[in-house]
Design a protein around this ligand. Structure first.
Ligand SMILES: [Zn+2]
Length: 171
């Protein structure tokens, strides 16, 4: 099932998501399948559960956007456990469509998370993958990438979004 993507302005995106305690259930597997499907439909490389209105600590990533099953990553209850270096790159978010901003983040990141069975694992990523680990983990803490841009730029985006909301183009 393809869920609509929740947009900036919806409080679920600014709420800390709940820890997942039940693993290896058909319900969790269905949610993960739906998250990948919804992410591919939106042509994204990462999706966090709050972005489909579900406030649970689950994220999916696939830098190949469905081209290579080996690149599918499921992160449940993820935690960033180490960061190295810095990279600055343009970043966007499916929940803030039409906007992209320069964001500086660590170059290399190691995340610890659980898989659908509840098994704990660690994974390191650089560049875009490191960025995705951080971006998606931020979502689960109720943070958007906009909290990493200058207040001036954030206000500009906020004002533009408010205008779009008024004209009914942002729902
Ligand atoms: Zn996002």
């Amino acid at each position: 099932m393809i869920y609509p993507i929740v947009k900036y302005g919806n409080p679920v995106l600014e709420t800390r998501a709940a820890i997942v305690a039940d693993f290896d259930t058909p319900e969790l597997q269905k949610l993960l399948d739906d998250m990948f499907e919804s992410m591919y439909a939106a042509k994204g490389v990462g999706l966090a559960a709050p972005q489909i209105g579900i406030s649970r600590r689950i994220a999916v990533i696939d830098l190949s956007v469905g081209e290579d099953p080996a690149q599918k990553i499921v992160l449940i209850n993820p935690e960033i456990i180490s960061c190295e270096g810095a990279q600055t790159c343009e970043e966007g978010c499916l929940s803030v469509p039409g906007f992209r901003e320069q964001v500086t983040r660590p170059q290399k990141v190691t995340v610890r998370a659980q898989n659908a069975k509840g098994e704990s694992f660690e994974m390191s990523g650089e560049e875009l993958l490191a960025r995705a680990f951080q971006h998606e983990t931020d979502h689960l803490d109720g943070m958007l990438y906009l909290s990493h841009v200058s207040p001036l730029k954030r206000d500009l985006v906020r004002r533009k979004v408010r205008k779009l909301m008024k004209s009914g183009e942002w729902k």
